[in-house]
Design a protein. Structure first.
Length: 140
């Protein structure tokens, strides 16, 4: 079964909470209360998403995080790749390709790239706005 890592799944949930705030700053504790994800995990992921350019951080007593760009311009692929790295169904299509014991004998390796591209393209077509049920969709 193909599935996202728990952190990528949590990242999507956190980003939808930020999108629903509609421009208002959200703190990790607030997002934790809305999502039931523990505060330390939310804080870690929000900082990670900010370093990836998907959230912006505002320091201070009234600080928090906000989307770095409109929800309609952030894709599911952007979020997943910010947390898990490049979308690839097999190890041979990542920077960690040496971990595959079959690499030198595999006749299928070259054919995984179009599959990976199709999965990434499908995830790219799903916007954060759609996931969060907010805002206007930007036409593709």
């Amino acid at each position: 079964m193909l599935r996202l890592s728990n952190f990528a799944d949590y990242g999507v949930v956190i980003m939808t909470a930020a999108a629903r705030a509609e421009g208002a700053l959200v703190a990790a504790s607030q997002v934790s209360g809305l999502t039931a994800i523990p505060v330390p995990t939310v804080a870690k992921l929000m900082n990670h998403l900010a370093r990836a350019g998907l959230l912006v951080s505002h320091r201070g007593v009234a600080g928090g995080f906000a989307l770095a760009r409109p929800a309609a311009e952030i894709s599911l692929a952007d979020i997943v790749e910010a947390i898990d790295g490049p979308i690839a169904l097999t190890h041979c299509c990542t920077d960690n390709r040496e971990s595959c014991e079959l690499l030198s004998h595999c006749a299928v390796r070259l054919h995984w790239e179009p599959v990976n591209r199709a999965v990434r393209d499908a995830l790219s077509k799903v916007s954060l706005a759609t996931l969060a049920g907010v805002g206007e969709e930007v036409p593709a």
